[in-house]
Design a protein around this ligand. Structure first.
Ligand code: SF4
Length: 345
C-alpha cells in the first residue's frame, strides 16, 4: 500500500481523476492531513465512496512515537519513531530563539561507517521514502504543538545515498500546499559523495549544503571516515568550489574535533589552507563520545585554539552549541540503545 505522503498534490489530483473523482478532492485530503487528521474516515467533507477508495489504496505514513526524551534545559527533544513496517528511526527537535529546528533521518541505519557515529553500527537497513521524511516533521509538529521552521537532514542516513527520495522530499516540504518551509531553511548534510554533490549543484537550489570534512589530510580522514577511501579531500574541495560557483551559496564544513587525531594547531593551519578564499563557514563540533568507540572529545582549550587559528586565517568559524547531550542526542544513539534494551528482554 502506498504512503499518501509520498505523493505531491499534482500526483494526488491525477490519482483522483484516474479513479473517476474530481481533482479538488486531492486538496481537501491534503488539507486534512496537514491539520493532523490521519484517518480517511474522519475526513468529513470527503464522500464515503472516496474514503473507501483511499483506504484501499493508501495509508497515511505518520510515524508512531515509541520514546520521547527532553533535555534538562528543555531546549531539545528527541523522538524514537516506529515506521509502518516496524523499523525505528529517530529525530531531534531543537528550540532556538528564531524558531524550532528539526533534524530528521533519511535512512534506517547507514552504510557509510563513520567511526564517531552510532547510526552506522548495524549497517543500512533501507532508504526512507520522501513521505516518511515528511511524516517525521508532521508528527513532530503535532507533538510539540508548534510550527517547525528549519529542517536539517543530518539524522541517521546519508542523504545523497538516497538521492532521488531526498530531492522529492525537498519539493514536498517546500510546497505552499504543505509545510511551506523555504529552501533557505533546509540544510542537507553529506559525508562527501562527490558525484552527487555535482548533481545537486546543477539543480541550483537555495538550500544549505553541509559537508562533513573532519580532517585536513586524507590519511587522517581515512581513520574515521571510510568514504575517504573513495573520494579525496582535493576532490571534495574542487566540487565545493563548483557548487559555490553554481549556486552562490555558502558551504558549511562540519569538523568534529577528536582529541589527538585532528585537533592540533597544524591541523587548523592545513584546514585554513584548503579553504582559503572560499565562500564557506566551519562548524566545529566537539565529538560525541559513544560507547562503541574509543574517540575522545577535544578539550575546551584545544577547541578554542583551533577556532582561533581558523579565524586568524579569515575562515568564519563557529563552535556548535551542544544541545541534548543528556538525552543521547547524537545521531543513532537512541535507536541503538532502544534496540539493545529490547534484545536483553
Ligand atoms: S555520520 Fe552520517 S554518513 Fe556517517 S555513518 Fe553517521 S549517518 Fe552515516
Amino acid at each position: 500500500m502506498i504512503n499518501i505522503l509520498d505523493l505531491d498534490l499534482v500526483e494526488l489530483k491525477c490519482w483522483m481523476k484516474d479513479n473517476g473523482e474530481s481533482g479538488f478532492r486531492a486538496k481537501q485530503v491534503s488539507d486534512w492531513i496537514y491539520n493532523d487528521v490521519w484517518k480517511f474516515e474522519d475526513m468529513n467533507n470527503i464522500p464515503k465512496s472516496i474514503q473507501e477508495k483511499l483506504q484501499n489504496n493508501f495509508h497515511i505514513g505518520i510515524p508512531k512515537p515509541i520514546e520521547e526524551h527532553s533535555s534538562k534545559q528543555k531546549d531539545t527533544k528527541k523522538y524514537l519513531f516506529e515506521l509502518n513496517d516496524g523499523n525505528l528511526i529517530e529525530c531531534v527537535i531543537m528550540k532556538y530563539k528564531h524558531g524550532n529546528s528539526i533534524c530528521i533521518s533519511t535512512q534506517v541505519g547507514c552504510k557509510m561507517g563513520c567511526k564517531f557515529c552510532a547510526s552506522t553500527i548495524g549497517g543500512m537497513i533501507r532508504n526512507l521514502t520522501s513521505g516518511e521524511m515528511l511524516g517525521q516533521i508532521i508528527k513532530s509538529q503535532q507533538l510539540i504543538g508548534e510550527r517547525i521552521s528549519n529542517v536539517v537532514l543530518m539524522g541517521s542516513g546519508e542523504p545523497f545515498d538516497n538521492y532521488r527520495n531526498v530531492i522529492k522530499f525537498l519539493e514536498l516540504v517546500n510546497s505552499k500546499n504543505g509545510l511551506n518551509i523555504g529552501q533557505r531553511h533546509i540544510t542537507i548534510s553529506t559525508c562527501g559523495i562527490v558525484p552527487k554533490i555535482k548533481e545537486f549543484a546543477d539543480l541550483n537550489l537555495q538550500t544549505t549544503l553541509a559537508i562533513s570534512l573532519h580532517a585536513s589530510t586524507d590519511e587522517i580522514r581515512k581513520k574515521s571516515m571510510p568514504i575517504a577511501n573513495k573520494y579525496s579531500i582535493a576532490e571534495i574541495i574542487d566540487i565545493s568550489r563548483y557548487y559555490i560557483n553554481k549556486t552562490n551559496r555558502r558551504i558549511t564544513f562540519e569538523y568534529a574535533l577528536v582529541k589527538g587525531l585532528n585537533d592540533s594547531a597544524q591541523d587548523a593551519e592545513r584546514l585554513s589552507a584548503l579553504l582559503k578564499d572560499m565562500l564557506c563557514h566551519v562548524n566545529l563540533i566537539p565529538v560525541n563520545e559513544i560507547k562503541e568507540n574509543e574517540l575522545k572529545r577535544s578539550s575546551n582549550e584545544d577547541v578554542a585554539e583551533f577556532k582561533k587559528v581558523l579565524e586568524t586565517n579569515n575562515i568564519q568559524t563557529t563552535i556548535r552549541r551542544e544541545m541534548g547531550l543528556d538525552i543521547n542526542a547524537a545521531c543513532g544513539q537512541l535507536r541503538r540503545s532502544y534496540i539493545k534494551s529490547e534484545e536483553l528482554k
